[in-house]
Design a protein around this ligand. Structure first.
Ligand SMILES: C[S@@+](CC[C@H](N)C(=O)[O-])C[C@H]1O[C@@H](n2cnc3c(N)ncnc32)[C@H](O)[C@@H]1O
Length: 356
């Protein structure tokens, strides 16, 4: 297979060097206004360890900019949501790069991948999972997302001047679309598909078509492993957090929660996919300080709240996290509860129905 990587060309477009790389020239109206900002953003956040004050300033500017983008006409799709708040989401992961490490480790362990496994990271965002996967497979990973901004940040971070030794092939597509195989010529090729924290962004009626596409991507015997928010009893603190705190998200955050019953009764019947394991795991996110927690959540959910240097350690974001998720301490580390459902599914033999 040709594994040449997409490159930024002179104009800053993402060009397609070969038919096997799937990112298309993107016509999002956001592109022109954001492109130079991506590079400035990366230069700033990658330059050195920024102080809380610097991060707060960047978050505040990011919120103002995101609100301007929201004034533009157009439908608020999940892709557009993550285009508008993409830089803020990325800032969050720079504020506390190790916060979600247990969540990632849990997923990676369940994926059971090794060198040369063919893996596709679905709803890949800025590459939190794909970068780790590519280190394990040594042979690259496909990274799918419907948001141009998220993929562009991922791509820029793995190109010079930020050298990254492994291949990541971005694919910009809506995974629930019936047309994905017009652009994604990977049917039946994947050993493992994974997704972390993405499926609840897909409306309930589009979740089954998305799972059908995942079945089409997998080899027989291949596996789909995902972690996501669930409204099963052990997962409810996180649902409550989402429904309360992230309701302050500037773009609005609507969650379409998954659970074992919906999977078994609504989503999977008739698809050649068999559940191997479903488990809600009491993940904890880790932080160095209360200030870091505030800034991380402000960026993660694009929270439009009045945060200043004076209230960085004592504010409504922290109050609500304490209330819904709990903040505990282990030594010097602050732990925030983040119970996630992990699901392991196997592609069994059989056709995927054409329309689902
Ligand atoms: C919360 S982020 C998670 C990103 C990454 N997996 C992580 O753990 O940091 C969810 C991502 O799902 C993407 N997304 C939402 N709906 C999608 C769809 N229908 N097809 C492809 N990507 C989608 C969004 O653009 C966003 O980047």
């Amino acid at each position: 297979m040709n594994t040449e990587r997409p490159k930024w060309n002179q104009e800053g477009d993402l060009s397609i060097p070969t038919p096997t790389t799937h990112i298309k020239k993107v016509s999002d109206d956001l592109r022109n206004s954001l492109e130079s900002r991506f590079k400035t953003h990366l230069r700033v956040v990658e330059s050195e360890q920024l102080s809380c004050e610097q991060y707060l300033l960047l978050m505040q500017k990011g919120l103002v900019r995101a609100k301007e983008l929201l004034q533009r006409p157009g439908e608020m799709t999940p892709a557009q949501d993550f285009n508008v708040r993409g830089l803020l989401y990325d800032l969050a992961s720079q504020v506390a790069p190790d916060a979600r490490i247990s969540e990632l480790n849990e997923l990676i362990t369940r994926m059971r991948i090794r060198e040369s496994s063919r893996v596709i990271d679905l709803m890949s965002g800025t590459g939190f999972v794909s970068r780790r996967v590519a280190r394990i497979t040594q042979s690259g990973v496909w990274a799918v997302d419907s948001s141009y901004v998220q993929l562009a940040l991922q791509l820029l971070r793995t190109e010079p001047p930020y050298p990254y030794p492994h291949d990541i092939w971005p694919i910009k597509v809506d995974l629930s679309s019936p047309d994905i195989f017009k652009t994604v010529n990977l049917a039946g090729e994947m050993d493992v598909a994974d997704s972390l924290g993405g499926l609840h962004h897909v409306s309930k009626e589009k979740q089954r078509p998305l799972f059908a596409n995942v079945a089409r991507l997998l080899k027989v015997g291949g596996r789909f492993v995902f972690g996501d928010v669930t409204d099963m009893p052990e997962g409810l603190p996180l649902v409550n957090h989402f429904e309360h705190t992230s309701a302050k998200c500037i773009t609005g955050h609507v969650g379409h929660w998954l659970n074992e019953d919906r999977l078994r009764e609504e989503i999977l019947p008739g698809l050649p996919l068999r559940v191997q394991k479903i488990e809600v795991v009491p993940i904890k996110w880790r932080f160095d300080s209360l200030e870091q927690i505030t800034l991380f959540f402000m960026g993660l959910h694009a929270l439009d709240v009045d945060i200043t240097m004076e209230n960085l350690k004592n504010n409504v974001i922290l109050d609500e996290i304490r209330h819904f998720l709990g903040i505990t301490k282990a030594g010097k580390t602050y732990l925030v509860g983040w119970p996630l459902m992990y699901v392991e599914i196997e592609r069994v033999s059989g056709e995927v129905p054409e329309s689902v």
